[in-house]
Write a protein that binds this ligand. Structure first.
Ligand SMILES: [Zn+2]
Length: 157
């Protein structure tokens, strides 16, 4: 990616304790632009489209909200909506997004066997925005990382 001054500013807000307690980079040692470039390559390899993936994650979040905090089954997935209140700004400073987190996991896997990031995705409105607008899936080890392989596995029909 070609880095603009606005990207540099955004990257400077991604560490822990700036916009969120945990930040956006997890334990990843790569720079944000490397993370974005590698996830873009993964999307191509997996035949995924950023807009489509974001729209589908939005749809699942909206469906999941009907469970009012209880997990509900949508196709082969269990979708559970959290109840965090408040808003978070995007590191690129182009909007405010609800904090409410949604989790997706395979319906046939016992909850205790689920490992976050390996067979469970957690995301919020901000994660979807980061995915759609900035192609940023967040760093490895970030609780909100949208792992391309998992997106592909969960969203394939
Ligand atoms: Zn943004």
């Amino acid at each position: 990616m070609k880095i603009k001054p606005s990207d540099k500013e955004a990257f400077s807000r991604m560490g822990p304790g700036i916009l969120t307690a945990q930040g956006f980079l997890g334990i990843d040692i790569r720079s944000p632009e490397e993370i974005i470039a590698e996830d873009e390559a993964a999307f191509v390899r997996l035949g995924l489209d950023f807009d489509q993936a974001a729209d589908e994650l939005t749809r699942l979040a909206e469906e999941g909200a009907k469970g009012l905090g209880e997990p509900i089954r949508i196709g082969k997935l269990l979708v559970q909506s959290g109840d965090a209140r408040g808003m978070l700004p995007c590191p690129w400073n182009d909007g405010l997004f609800h904090k409410t987190a949604v989790s997706l996991r395979p319906a046939d896997l016992p909850p205790e066997a689920c490992v976050e990031g390996e067979d469970m995705l957690i995301y919020s409105e901000l994660s979807i925005h980061l995915l759609k607008v900035h192609h940023f899936c967040q760093g490895l080890g970030s609780p909100f990382r949208l792992e391309p392989e998992l997106i592909a596995e969960f969203l394939k029909k």
